[in-house]
Design a protein around this ligand. Structure first.
Ligand SMILES: [Zn+2]
Length: 75
């Protein structure tokens, strides 16, 4: 069983689809049982979507990092 710590560490690979099938399954199982992590992943996803919607020329790495950090700290 994955721990909450693993979920926060691996959230970006999960969202980017970089995860193997079994790992993904375990991840989803944890999300189904843990509201806390579900909310964390939802927030994380929303943060990434927000960054992706920004016009290319306005995206600088600091801004992306700051956004993701804010999402990560918002749990
Ligand atoms: Zn959890």
């Amino acid at each position: 069983m994955l721990k909450c710590k693993h979920i926060t560490e691996q959230a970006s690979s999960y969202i980017d689809g970089e995860m193997g099938f079994m790992q993904r399954l375990k991840f989803r199982m944890h999300l189904a049982l843990c509201k806390h992590c579900k909310r964390f992943v939802d927030n994380f996803k929303a943060g990434i979507e927000m960054v992706k919607r920004l016009p290319r020329n306005q995206v600088d790495k600091d801004k992306i990092d700051a956004t993701l950090r804010r999402v990560r700290d918002s749990k």
